[in-house]
Design a protein around this ligand. Structure first.
Ligand code: ATP
Length: 767
């Protein structure tokens, strides 16, 4: 036995907590009308997850909660039902020996589900029950007045009930799940495909960009290589050329230097005419000195002449004095003699006017004094002793004369010195004039040489400036290159450069020996590639690469995702297919088994006759619904919820019965009791094939007469061997078969109460 007990609390008329134990295979619930028996059956539906409030005779969830009565029990805020299963044989896929399902509903109609006290989703309850053959179609809970439910139901509903009873729900559930997943997967596929479609053009665009960037990178690498070859060579070549020119320049420069220095000298020489002038001045000054020397010489000579004259007269006077030593008287002085003296003085004075200098004046004064003395001495009576005086005077004059002669000699020497000097300066002037002429000649010569040297140097300077231009060009090229391919090329001039054939680095000799046009060609190629690199433009290169990487990663991700989704879609399709096949096989097998049981139960109930169910394929469309209108009611019900799926074949179950001794075939022609018996036979047949853990039958036996009640009772006993039975009944026969009996009563307060009763009590209560 699987069902242990049921606890109802606040549910409908069960205001108080009420527990029903199901320790027997058959439990009967009896009681007067309206006491709340059916509420017990409904509490089963409720706790097993029934979603239709209507099927529990309510409009809203709130209707399921104890709503208060005339008594003391106030209305409840929640209704709860707990059902306990014995899970020691693992009826349910849970590792617990007892499984308690609970459902609580609140006044706001919100339901809560719990498994062993843990809140779960409705889905979890349904899954758990489906695995235990407790389907949701309620085929194992037959409500009051629903005994012929399976007969009234349309083929599709019947089929569902049978599927549920056969335990196929779990597969159908799995199938639906798979279909949902498939649908979701398809949606995802469509979504991913659309995402992929969205990024494809962008990816294409980026790819092109990336190809361009990669091409540019290749070009840059090539350019870098060319720069390495070009820069090293150019640098070495230019350094060498510059050195050569600088060496070549040295000779003409030296030459020019000496030419220019000589030229400077010559020019100096030529411009030294002030020297000549000075010499001329010197010449003039010497001429002046010469003249004055000459004047002085003449003067001295005159003085000497006069001195000689004086000496002569003195000598004569001395001789006279000697002769006149004895006579000493005054001699009268003739006037003429005085006149003579006067003339002599005047003459002296007039001679003195043309002379200058104090010396000359002194001389003049001296001579005048001499004249006067001589005059006096001439006329004075010379005493005898005066002879001596004359002699000493003569001696003095001699001395004077000697002095003058020495002076004369000196002046003469001076004069001849001046002459010599004059001659020398003249000579110098003459020779300088010659020199200047030579200098001029030399200057013209030097100027010619200078011109030549300049011409030679200018050629070299030309070379030098060409080298400088090449150097500028190279430097500009390196700068431009560095901006295009990176700063490392700035060092290329100092780094080794591998030779074109690879191997050892190129040497200076190789570089110098290489024909220049190769280097020019290199530069030309560099320029060409540079233009291409510049045209490609490098802006945002990294960004594009990054974006391309991201987008292509996304694309790969989406492709993988798509392939995963397609794989899972395929596997879902397979799974659905498998489930379909399994469902079909199990269903067909089930139908065969049910038919065997149905036939036998039917025969038992009716004492013969034939009954079977069969699978029918039907194709119904909404279009047909419109055409056929009201007459198609049953099919409409069958089609409910499927209108959208036109032309899709739907299978259902039809029931064929043939009563014994009666030529009645259609279900519609059966009496109420016959319908009840037929449906009970079918229900029991179904339950026999795949017995549910429990079956609840709410007054299924209501329409049976005594004879049939007995047969019904027999069948129940048989059925209870496979499933636990809870029977709500007024039928005495049925009660007699029950192992446990519960009586339900309801007092004035409207509260259902439960009590265990003995058979007799039950019979009494049931009335
Ligand atoms: P019968 O033998 O005639 O089939 P029964 O014993 O099956 O009767 P139920 O139909 O189970 O009786 O009980 C119906 C009773 O439950 C009614 O009296 C109804 O008023 C009461 N009931 C239903 N819902 C509520 C509710 N929410 N609160 C209080 N009482 C309720």
């Amino acid at each position: 036995m699987y069902l242990k007990n049921l606890e109802i609390s606040g549910f409908k008329s069960f205001a108080k907590k009420t527990i029903l134990d199901f320790s027997r295979p058959i439990t009967a619930v009896v009681g007067p009308n309206g006491s709340g028996k059916s509420n017990v059956a409904e509490s089963f539906r409720f706790v097993l997850g029934e979603q239709s409030v209507k099927s529990m005779r309510g409009k809203r969830g709130e209707d399921l909660i104890w709503n208060g009565g005339d008594g003391e029990m106030p209305r409840a805020n929640r209704a709860s039902v707990k059902i306990t299963f014995d899970n020691s044989r693992r009826l349910m896929n849970l590792d617990f020996d007892d499984v308690i399902l609970e459902r609580v509903v609140y006044r706001d109609s919100i339901s809560e589900y719990l498994i062993n006290g843990t809140v779960v989703r409705l889905k979890d309850i349904i899954e758990l029950l489906a695995g235990a053959h407790i389907g949701s179609s309620g085929h194992h809970i037959i409500s009051q007045g629903e005994a012929d439910h399976i007969l009234i139901a349309n083929p599709r509903e019947r089929k569902e009930m049978i599927e549920d009873a056969l335990g196929l729900k779990i597969y159908q559930y799995k199938k639906r799940e798979s279909e949902r997943k498939l649908e979701k997967t398809k949606e995802n596929i469509a979504q991913v495909e659309s995402l992929r479609r969205e990024i494809t053009p962008h990816l294409k665009f980026l790819k092109k960009q990336v190809e361009k960037i990669e091409k540019t990178l290749e070009l840059k690498a090539e350019l870098k290589n060319l720069y390495r070859q070009y820069i090293k060579r150019e640098f070495v070549y230019l350094v060498e050329m510059a050195e050569r020119v600088s060496n070549e320049k040295r000779t003409p420069e030296d030459k020019l230097k000496s030419i220019e220095s000589e030229l400077g000298d010559v020019k100096n020489l030529l411009s030294s005419s002030p020297g000549l002038d000075q010499k001329r001045e010197e010449l003039l000054s010497i001429e002046g000195k010469l003249n004055s020397a000459r004047g002085r010489r003449e003067e001295i000579m005159i003085s000497i002449g006069r001195l000689e004259g004086e000496l002569g007269s003195l000598k004569r006077m001395a001789e006279k004095a000697e002769r006149e030593t004895q006579k000493s008287d005054d001699t009268p002085v003739p006037l003429s003699k005085i006149e003579e003296l006067k003339q002599s003085i005047e003459k002296e004075l007039s001679g003195a006017e043309s002379l200058s200098g104090i010396e000359n004046a002194r001389l003049i004064f001296g001579r005048i004094r001499e004249l006067v003395k001589n005059f006096i001495d001439t006329f004075k009576k010379t005493p005898t002793g005066n002879v001596e005086a004359y002699r000493s005077e003569i001696d003095a004059l001699f001395g004077k004369q000697k002095g003058l002669e020495e002076e004369l000699q000196k002046v003469k020497d001076e004069e001849s010195g001046f002459y010599k000097e004059y001659g020398r300066i003249r000579e110098q002037i003459e020779s300088e004039k010659d020199k200047s002429r030579d200098a001029e000649r030399r200057m013209f010569e030097l100027m010619g040489l200078q011109k030549e040297a300049y011409a030679e140097l200018s050629l070299l300077k030309d070379k030098e400036s060409k080298i400088a231009i090449l150097k500028d060009e190279m430097e500009r090229e390196i700068r431009e290159g560095a901006m295009l391919v990176g700063r490392e090329i700035l060092n290329y001039s100092n780094e080794d450069c591998p030779s074109l054939e690879g191997g050892a680095p190129i040497t200076k000799e190789q570089i110098i020996a290489e024909p220049r046009n190769l280097q020019e060609e290199r530069l030309r190629v560099i320029q060409k590639i540079k233009v291409r690199v510049e045209d490609a433009g490098m802006g945002g290169g990294d960004d594009v690469l990054k974006e391309y990487k991201e987008v292509s990663e996304r694309e790969t991700f989406l492709t993988n995702e798509l392939s995963d989704l397609e794989k899972s879609s395929a596997s879902l399709v397979n799974l659905i297919d498998d489930l379909d096949k399994k469902l079909e096989v199990l269903f067909k097998e089930g139908v065969v088994k049910i038919n065997a049981q149905f036939e036998s139960f039917f025969g038992l109930m009716f004492g013969g006759g034939k009954a079977s169910i069969k699978v029918v394929e039907e194709v119904k469309t909404s279009k047909r619904k419109e055409e056929d209108g009201v007459e198609m009611d049953e099919i409409l019900a069958f089609q409910q919820g499927e209108e959208e799926e036109e032309e899709r074949p739907q299978s259902g179950i039809e029931i064929d019965v043939k009563l014994p001794r009666k030529n009645i075939k259609g279900l519609e022609m059966l009496s109420g009791g016959e319908r009840a018996l037929t449906s009970i036979a079918l229900l029991f047949a179904i339950s026999q094939v795949n017995p549910p853990p429990f079956i609840i039958l709410d007054e299924t036996d209501a329409a049976l007469d005594e004879a049939n009640s007995k047969k019904y009772g027999d069948m129940i006993v048989n059925l209870s061997k496979l499933s636990q039975l809870i029977l709500i009944t007024h039928n005495r026969e049925t009660m007699s078969r029950a192992g446990a009996l519960y009586g339900v009563t309801m007092g004035q307060d409207g509260v259902s109460r439960l009590l265990s009763v003995a058979f007799d009590e039950a019979v009494a209560v049931a009335k």
